[in-house]
Write a protein that binds this ligand. Structure first.
Ligand code: ZN
Length: 620
């Protein structure tokens, strides 16, 4: 029975939406429907898995005024735009009054991620505006609107009318604008830019210098001081002695003194505390009134990442602050662009955990016009041959095209669509980019080959061409770059971090690509100049074992297409040995040995032509 695809259950919709982000971020995302609030956190896996795993809690029952789907989109945006909750919490501990600043940070961060998310999804924009307005309606006199976090919230929730008379209202208004569409540290940038006004608030409220509470928090931290400040080891010992004998007064005095020294050091070398200070769980809100928010950022956890040095200093001039804000907008635009690319690279492929999608360095790609001409002529000949046979089956093909377009046109998104099988030919050209491919300009010739084939098949709709470039690191991770179009061919380059030859990954990944492609007939050509070798945890995998891994990968890929050819470039002095090994792994009928990349190019073109000739009835 046909499944009615237009009716998607709510949970299914949630899962599909999360799937999209999973794919874009190369991470695992789990949704749970639990009591309480909405939050997202990075799960620390006990096993050493490479894939990141996030857990999202969707408040069930929903928090009043916040739809569950809106909440999900919001949490996913934290993942997509990489909110650095954990490092920021750590940093703010050093500022003192961490909770106070973190509340403010959270309002800014939420405004930041939503500004990105709503930028190109009009429907989301409306959805969030409604939610923000609804939350705005809940703000009343019972809330202390002078409190900076609440002032900011009122502005964010479109209730500026309530806070127009608040001191420095304009500053907060500007802050909400400043944070929009900035980079992942944008909220911190803005927080730094308004810090002096926030400190003024603290001073007005408590009557004390921000310093004294800061010292209290600094003192109470659980961190390994001798590791961070080895030069102060003697002082620490002395303080310890005083504590042991119970001389509290003297102990406190000495401690205060040493803290001043520590602070001076951290001012000059902020990375010290950032690298060594342990994360301390944020304390719960002290006040009875929790700020209104879509989620609970204190419960949210993110990846540990290093905060850029310039953002760890607090004594900044106005000019420096302006520069930081501007930098945030520039980097924010770039990050937004990258996220768009990740989201739209399409497909429902789940990337295995031993594979990293790599953006490689780009080099100009040239096209071999001679080959293009030759292939164009070849296509023409095939077409002419075809015409005489095809006319009475033309109807079938039109019908197929019709169905294909119909399905495409009515699908919301590729993610919701099932595979549409098509006639035609698909080819994947898989290129080894281990460091040896630099020798004799092999990689440059491979780049030209890839660009040339893309150019040649440009006008032929039934030939679908893709490529991939691969290399491995010593931890067993393969860095793979998909080549989907002419522009991408510039990334047929060697990346020095991924210099080994993990042939099994190349086979498996190419298989996955072919599986997604539409052609009725599929061809895989792998060009390599090394013998397969695998690494794991910094060590080379035993040859015998790795051969088995490769054979298995080959078997798996053969289930997707029987047409797999390995073009092996062999260096003279290794000839016998490599040939024997390759034939043992791939089977003699599947390997072609050549003496250089020029011959590999010629062989690839020949293979391609032969394959098309055999399958030409599918083509025109
Ligand atoms: Zn949030």
């Amino acid at each position: 029975m046909a499944r009615d695809k237009t009716v998607l259950s709510e949970k299914e919709l949630f899962e599909k939406t999360a799937d999209m982000i999973e794919f874009a971020m190369d991470a695992k995302i789990e949704i749970q429907y639990g009591k309480g609030e909405n939050w997202v956190r990075l799960e620390k896996d006990k096993e050493e898995t490479i894939t990141k795993k996030f857990l999202i809690n969707i408040a069930t029952p929903a928090v009043k005024g916040i739809g569950q789907y809106t909440a999900l989109l919001h949490e996913l945006a934290h993942i997509l735009y990489e909110s650095p909750f954990t490092p920021i919490q750590k940093l703010l501990k050093e500022w003192g009054h961490a909770d106070f600043y973190f509340d403010i940070y959270n309002v800014l961060e939420d405004a930041r991620i939503e500004s990105h998310l709503t930028q190109n999804y009009i429907a989301y924009k409306k959805r969030f505006e409604k939610t923000l307005r609804d939350l705005g309606k809940k703000i009343d006199e019972s809330i202390d609107l002078e409190k900076p976090a609440n002032t900011l919230l009122s502005i964010r929730f479109m209730r500026e009318d309530l806070v127009k008379d608040v001191k420095h209202y304009q500053v907060f208004r500007k802050a909400i604008e400043d944070v929009k569409r900035t980079d992942k540290f944008g909220a911190l940038r803005v927080l730094l830019s308004i810090k002096k006004y926030l400190d003024e608030y603290i001073k007005d409220e408590s009557g004390d210098e921000p310093n004294s509470q800061e010292n209290e928090e600094w003192k109470n931290e659980e961190w390994n001081r001798t590791k961070v400040f080895p030069e102060l080891a003697e002082q620490y010992d002395a303080i310890d002695e005083l504590r042991k004998v119970g001389n509290t007064r003297e102990w406190c005095k000495k401690f205060e003194e040493v803290i001043e020294v520590e602070k001076e050091i951290v001012k000059l070398e902020p990375w010290r505390s950032q690298n060594y200070k342990k994360t301390v769980e944020a304390k719960p809100f002290k006040e009875e009134q929790k700020p209104l928010s879509i989620d609970n950022a204190e419960k949210s956890k993110s990846e540990e990442c290093l905060i850029p040095l310039e953002l760890t200093k607090t004594d900044l001039s106005d000019a420096q602050i302006d520069a930081l804000l501007e930098d945030g907008k520039i980097k924010g635009a770039r990050e937004f662009q990258q996220v768009c690319e990740k989201l739209h690279r399409g497909g429902t492929l789940n990337i295995p955990k031993n594979i990293r999608m790599l953006q490689r360095e780009k080099q100009k790609s040239t096209i071999n016009q001679k080959i293009v001409k030759d292939l164009t002529k070849f296509f023409k000949r095939l077409k002419m041959q075809k015409k005489t046979i095809i006319c009475d089956t033309g109807y079938d093909i039109d019908l197929e095209e019709y169905i294909k377009n119909f399905v495409k046109g009515t699908e919301l998104n590729k993610i919701f669509s099932e595979d549409v099988k098509d006639v035609g030919v698909s080819m994947v050209l898989s290129i080894d980019a281990s460091s040896s491919m630099r020798r004799y300009d092999r990689i440059d010739i491979a780049r030209e080959l890839t660009a040339t084939i893309f150019e040649s098949v440009k006008g032929v709709s039934k030939i679908e061409m893709r490529g991939n470039v691969w290399g491995g690191n010593e931890y067993g991770i393969a860095g793979i770059t998909e080549i989907k179009n002419q522009k991408d061919t510039e990334m047929v380059t060697v990346d020095d971090e991924y210099r080994t030859t993990p042939t099994h990954s190349a086979l498996e990944y190419s298989g996955r690509m072919l599986k997604e492609m539409k052609g009725g007939k599929k061809l895989l050509i792998v060009i390599t100049d090394g013998y397969p070798n695998g690494f794991s945890k910094g060590k080379r995998i035993q040859t015998e074992h790795y051969e088995k891994v490769c054979k298995k990968a080959l078997q798996k890929t053969l289930r997707i297409t029987p047409h797999i050819v390995i073009i092996q470039i062999v260096q003279k002095y290794l000839q016998g040995w490599v040939e024997e090994k390759s034939e043992r792994i791939f089977g003699a009928e599947r390997v072609i040995f050549v003496d250089g990349m020029e011959s590999a190019t010629q062989q690839s073109i020949n293979l391609f032509k032969n394959f098309l000739k055999k399958n030409s009835k599918n083509l025109f």
